[in-house]
Design a protein around this ligand. Structure first.
Ligand code: URA
Length: 239
């Protein structure tokens, strides 16, 4: 590891434990932190986060450079980092997974439910959101009226919304009941599915994101619940 990847112990503790820098210093001052078995005495001691073993209050800290979370968003919550009026998706993240720099990678409307990916990894978020990377987002949609063969063709060749904006080709598939469909997009325009439905004289009654890339929303997560992703799942999300 290059020297530039060494970080100060107080900063490491503050990042990894989601505590303030002052609280991190307090732990060191109280001699509650060890590095490779030795009691740490200096706030600015340089540590290698990958190879050094840091123990705080008897617990070994498992270093994670970034954090990756799948949230099953309920309706009424907004995809933003903060808001004066509404609850945000970040407020649904439990304390132990919170970190500075977390944000939702992509927005669902306030009334849309389902898979929101939350991370502090800006590079990966950019890859998922960039229309050039073509990462798929799949939605379960309840429409007011059943779809037609013409609608499927129109989605496949690229719908024009609001009389001008052209969408990339999208997949429209029937679900198990009339009006229930799945729509798969490779981009994320504002209110895109609602506007696509309007373009074929239909209306969205219910919208849920069920997959990002190759990763399905975990069916065991109730609305409002979230969990950390495994390294394999993070890889799948990029597919
Ligand atoms: N399309 C929409 O119209 N709304 C969403 O939240 C996501 C896709």
């Amino acid at each position: 590891m290059s020297k530039s990847n060494y970080i100060r112990l107080d900063r490491f503790l503050s990042n990894q434990l989601n505590i303030s820098r002052n609280d991190a210093k307090e732990l060191i001052k109280k001699r509650l932190v060890t590095v490779n078995g030795e009691t740490a005495r200096l706030f600015d001691m340089k540590i290698d986060p990958v190879s050094d073993t840091v123990v705080s209050e008897g617990k070994t800290i498992l270093y994670r450079k970034h954090i990756y979370i799948m949230l099953n968003k309920p309706a009424g919550v907004i995809c933003a980092t903060r808001d004066r009026l509404s609850e945000t998706v970040l407020e649904l993240i439990p304390e132990e997974l919170r970190r500075e720099g977390l944000f939702p990678a992509g927005r669902l409307d306030k009334d849309t439910v389902g898979f929101v990916f939350i991370t502090d990894d800006g590079e990966l978020a950019h890859d998922i959101l960039s229309p050039k990377k073509h990462v798929e987002k799949k939605y379960f949609v309840v429409l007011e009226a059943p779809i037609t063969e013409n609608d499927i063709q129109a989605f496949a060749s690229g719908i024009t919304i609001d009389g001008g904006e052209k969408c990339l080709p999208a997949k429209l598939e029937s679900g198990s009941k009339p009006g229930e469909v799945f729509i798969t997009l490779r981009e994320g325009k504002y209110h895109q599915i609602k506007r696509m439905a309007e373009a074929v004289e239909n209306r969205v009654l219910y919208l849920k994101r069920v997959r990002i890339g190759g990763l399905e929303l975990d069916g065991s997560l109730a609305e409002g619940q979230c969990r950390e992703l495994t390294a394999e799942e993070v890889r799948m999300i990029k597919e």
